[in-house]
Write a protein that binds this ligand. Structure first.
Ligand SMILES: [Zn+2]
Length: 416
């Protein structure tokens, strides 16, 4: 979080946001903001050609890919925007959801000048990554009250120091929609402030050194105790993103999925993933007999071995979230398959071994909360191929402990 791009002014006046898409004139007047959910847009009128348009304000994913459209929802710069953003934008703006949306306003401190951090998104990790931005405003902009807009399921993560939270009662799946009700709520609230800004809400903020306990209330693993604490490793499992033993099992499972036979292959591959996890545990214990383990994830707790806490469940609540975070926080290392469910584990654990399927190379590191800086990052965050063997994973776990003291002794930062 070293960069501090200017806040985006909403009130008393909005700032410039590019030229007219029709005539390229910069004589453009902002007539207001529009806050229907994930996107926050400005409404504009061109003083030169008289046309009106809407454009994403430069926050979050729109920093890299702002979309411009007619007020009726026709995207005007389709070539400039990746398909996944353009299509979702088009669907949203053309199919506005008339539903009433319950939004709870929690006021912790009254402020006349505020910065609004919009974390709304339909992807679990996107919300969390945007929420990480909150600490920057709490610590660096104490003159502004921070207003966090977030989905209900993240309310347990609201950090101390937030001025207000606007908690939106929509599940992630429904947050793809654009809701005039959300905009009405926001505009009503904005009217009450003297000054309001929008936070850039970086989608992949650099958070080295961040104290995750400010969100979860659970202390992260202290890296200074890497070799003095007994070894604990947490496996993060998913049934929808699996650790496959080999390409054949993956192929057969995918083929069954396509044929509607998931019920047949699902239990087999999930069971095989458990075997890979257990084999890794046994191999770790060959060198470190006192090692203990946790297993988390949405699923049935099935591993019954001494020294293994299988914390898997199919019903999530805040107590489960905290119990999982507590497991990460006592772990030198977490092991899991690439995906946004690795964000909180890596925010708390000392290190990580991630199974990264080749189809996900373009998303490398997006799902990791990187706690360190410089060369230490490469030491503590290790990526293995999609069919990594238990032997390979166990060797990395062993290496993290055995080789870390020498690595840390040798690792000197030069200041230029
Ligand atoms: Zn124009």
């Amino acid at each position: 979080m070293k960069s501090d791009r200017h806040l985006v002014p909403l009130k008393p006046a909005m700032g410039p946001n590019g030229a007219c898409p029709h005539c390229a004139s910069t004589e453009v007047t902002a007539t207001g903001s529009w806050f229907p959910g994930i996107h926050v847009l400005g409404r504009y009128t061109c003083r030169s050609c008289g046309s009106s348009f809407v454009r994403d304000l430069p926050v979050s994913h729109a920093l890299a890919h702002p979309v411009t459209a007619t007020p009726q929802g026709q995207v005007l710069d389709p070539q400039q925007v990746p398909e996944w953003i353009r299509d979702a934008f088009q669907r949203g703006i053309r199919d506005l959801k008339a539903d009433e949306v319950r939004i709870e306003r929690r006021v912790f401190r009254e402020h006349r000048r505020v910065v609004v951090l919009n974390t709304l998104d339909f992807l679990y990790g996107h919300v969390l990554l945007k929420l990480y931005n909150a600490l920057h405003y709490i610590d660096r902009h104490p003159d502004l009250g921070l207003v966090v807009v977030l989905p209900r399921m993240y309310a347990w993560l609201i950090p101390d120091g937030v001025a207000e939270a606007w908690i939106v009662d929509l599940g992630l799946g429904r947050l793809q929609g654009w809701y005039p009700a959300i905009d009405r709520f926001v505009q009503e609230r904005l009217a009450g402030y003297d000054e309001a800004y929008l936070a850039p809400a970086y989608s992949h903020p650099d958070v080295a050194g961040m104290d995750i306990a400010r969100f979860t209330g659970v202390k992260a693993f202290d890296p200074d105790r890497f070799n003095t604490e007994p070894l604990h490793v947490t496996f993060v499992t998913r049934e929808d993103r699996l650790w496959f033993r080999n390409p054949v099992t993956r192929f057969l499972h995918r083929a069954c999925n396509r044929l509607g036979l998931r019920a047949l292959s699902g239990p087999l591959v999930v069971g095989d993933q458990d075997r890979l996890v257990k084999a890794t545990m046994r191999k770790v214990r060959r060198h470190d007999p006192s090692a203990t383990f946790s297993v988390v994830g949405l699923g049935d707790a099935r591993i019954r071995m001494n020294g293994v806490d299988d914390l898997r469940t199919r019903s999530m609540n805040v107590e489960v979230e905290k119990a999982w975070c507590t497991a990460y926080g006592r772990s030198q290392c977490v092991v899991g398959v690439h995906g946004s469910n690795m964000l909180l584990p890596t925010a708390h654990a000392g290190a990580c071994i991630e199974i990264l399927p080749r189809q996900r190379f373009e998303n490398i590191v997006q799902d990791i909360t990187v706690r360190y800086e410089g060369r230490a990052v490469l030491f503590h965050y290790r990526f293995v191929g999609d069919h990594a063997t238990p032997t390979e994973v166990a060797l990395h776990i062993r290496s993290l402990r055995e080789h870390r003291p020498v690595f840390m002794r040798n690792n000197h930062e030069l200041v230029f």
